[in-house]
Design a protein around this ligand. Structure first.
Ligand code: AMP
Length: 389
């Protein structure tokens, strides 16, 4: 597990307007970072293989290449004052190689920890915070042993590269275990973790932002998924003060542990007996924080930009309750009609040229004084009726 070094973190120079922020990844998270960076007066470069990607549409320049193209990362670094990223699966070694020519205030330890579920869970537990019961699993024998310790049901996840439920198998009983054996009998078992299945009341998340020294939290929100993809975020989550305080406290423990610069998202399970259990971390702004753009005094992207620029961070205030609904490829044409019907709804479009099933194309945020009524209203539009099983 990488150790957090002084070298890596905690050395954040203050960046002034006019400086260039290089973003690795040209999707919606990078685009919203870039829009924030823009109004703060920064210039923006982006590395992404798709010409005219969502970030490029609002950036000063694009390096058009794959994310792991070392020469391209070097070019972005040389043309930027600071590097950041919009997703966690970037090549940490490649970033380390360019740190002589560009500031990387987030460091690369945060990346290395969050790229690997074993490192991540160990880090979370080492910082006094609950996860599901878990075991590292390197092969099928290890899986059988882990099942004996954890019991059914359990969730088998690849250590690296999984997202939105990809690379996951729910092991409900011996039949599912046999299926995993069958699938992997050719010796292709990927390094994995087995987690106990958390019988949660609901899923939630909390965002925290830092500038390496000071940290601010956003309110805990409730998340509803469909087909493993975030569908709705309801802000704030209706939770007891104790749960809200625990979520905030654990976020602060983790942020301090990372000497966090920028925004970190912490995905949570709230159990039926009121425990707050961390599912996973995302070392960047997060889909469940899009509501902050309209509903908070400072949003998750502003906080990210201020944090990596070494600026002080104001405490975010929730200005009022909000509901955010994702617009996936299959929802684009129906939700476009809402622009005319609901001028009071905030319709975001990420500028993606290619519409695909399940692709995140935009989102809609509604400010409301009754989140349940708003959820009902959103669903009643029929725009999110997925015909897919
Ligand atoms: P992940 O990619 O780890 O965020 O998992 C995707 C979804 O699978 C989560 O949002 C949960 O709904 C579900 N899930 C993941 N891990 C567990 C677990 N240990 N227990 C129960 N549900 C889980």
């Amino acid at each position: 597990m990488p150790s957090l070094s002084e070298e890596t973190n905690g050395r954040i120079e203050t960046l002034m307007p006019g400086a260039t922020i290089g973003i690795i990844g040209g999707g919606q998270l990078g685009r919203m970072m870039a829009l924030s960076a823009r109004y703060h007066g920064f210039r923006i470069g982006v590395l992404d293989p798709t010409p005219d990607c969502p970030v490029a549409q609002v950036a000063d320049f694009q390096v058009t290449a794959d994310y792991d193209d070392k020469a391209a990362i070097r070019e972005l670094a040389e043309r930027s004052d600071v590097l950041t990223y919009e997703f966690e699966n970037v090549d940490a070694d490649a970033i380390d190689e360019v740190r002589g020519s560009v500031a990387v205030p987030q460091g690369t330890d945060l990346l290395r920890v969050t790229q690997d579920r074993v490192f991540e869970k160990r880090f979370i537990n080492d910082h006094g915070t609950q996860t599901a019961l878990w075991r590292q699993v390197d092969d099928l024998d290890g899986l059988d042993n882990a099942i004996k310790e954890i019991g059914y049901p359990a969730v088998l996840k690849t250590r690296r590269g999984g997202y939105d439920g990809h690379g996951q198998v729910v092991v409900r009983g011996p039949e599912d275990l046999a299926k995993v054996h069958e699938r992997d009998r050719l010796g292709t078992f990927p390094p994995s973790v087995l987690e106990g299945f958390v019988d949660f009341a609901f899923e939630a998340s909390i965002l925290i932002s830092g500038n390496g020294k000071d940290f601010v939290t956003f309110p805990i929100v409730r998340n509803e998924h469909r087909h493993n993809i975030l569908h709705l975020t309801i802000a704030p989550a209706q939770v007891s003060d104790g749960i809200a305080e625990e979520a905030k406290a654990l976020a602060l423990r983790l942020a301090k542990g990372f000497q966090l610069a920028g925004t970190l998202a912490i995905e949570l399970f709230i159990t039926k007996d009121g425990r707050v259990v961390v599912n996973e971390l995302a070392p960047r702004p997060h889909n469940s924080g899009h509501y902050t753009i309209e509903a908070c005094s400072i949003d998750q992207f502003d906080a990210h930009i201020r944090g990596i620029a070494g600026w002080p961070l104001p405490q975010p205030k929730l200005l009022g309750p909000a509901v955010m609904a994702n617009v996936l490829g299959q929802h684009v044409s129906s939700t476009r009609k809402l622009i005319a019907v609901h001028p009071e709804w905030y319709v975001h479009d990420y500028g993606k040229a290619e519409v695909r099933q399940d692709r995140k194309m935009g989102h809609i945020t509604v400010l409301t004084d009754d989140t349940q009524r708003t959820v009902d209203e959103l669903e009643a539009t029929g725009c999110w009726d997925d015909l897919r099983q």
